[in-house]
Ligand binder design. Sequence first.
Ligand SMILES: C[S@@+](CC[C@H](N)C(=O)[O-])C[C@H]1O[C@@H](n2cnc3c(N)ncnc32)[C@H](O)[C@@H]1O
Length: 221
Amino acid sequence: MAAQSAPGTASRGLDAVHAAIARYYTATLRAHGATPNGVDWANRPTQELRFVQLLKICDFTAPFSLDDLGCGYGALLGYLAWRHPGTQVNYLGVDLSAEMIAAARRRWRSRRNAAFTVGHASPRRADYSVASGIFNVRMDVPAARWRRFVAATLDAMHAGSRHGFAVNFIAPLPRGATGSAGLYRTPPGTWRRYCEQRLGARVEVVKGYGLREYTLLVRRN
Ligand SMILES: C[S@@+](CC[C@H](N)C(=O)[O-])C[C@H]1O[C@@H](n2cnc3c(N)ncnc32)[C@H](O)[C@@H]1O
């Protein structure tokens, strides 16, 4: 795993991984448009079920800034307006796919307090950061390099979040079961320990919400 380091430096050598991710999701967007399928989700209810878990990191009793890493077409903005209309959220969506960001900007062009940028890390420090689904599709990237990508991304999210961040992962299959190749499945302990020991954070594991996934809520000590 990569050592904890300043944002940007830990991601050195990951350009090919970032480029492969951008190509993959640009293709899903071209095939399905700015829809849940267009960001490789099965449907909107499960997309939003993930938002429910991730947003547990935020305190909705006061205004806050939020970075959405791997924002896709910005579906989280619609969810925030629907479920949390009373809280002012200054939102920044970041995505590796330039076409995804162009779609997000078109969709939310009249939205105040929202901006989008292309990249693999946020250019600012926000109160909170979330990332939904960005570690799931490993494609044919070697496992060790993918773990380096995950570590570098967690380092950057931690550095860029004043209070905390939240991410989700796919849980391992039961023994003997077979699933789609190219997905990254990992037990909660690996990255929980990383965030506790390397980032010095407090970690809560949220699971049992009806998907074979879990969410890590990572709070600054
Ligand atoms: C599964 S989609 C989810 C989109 C959105 N979070 C949602 O739930 O609707 C993952 C998105 O993250 C982007 N992505 C993956 N890894 C990323 C990274 N390290 N930095 C920025 N964007 C990333 C992809 O381009 C893709 O648009």
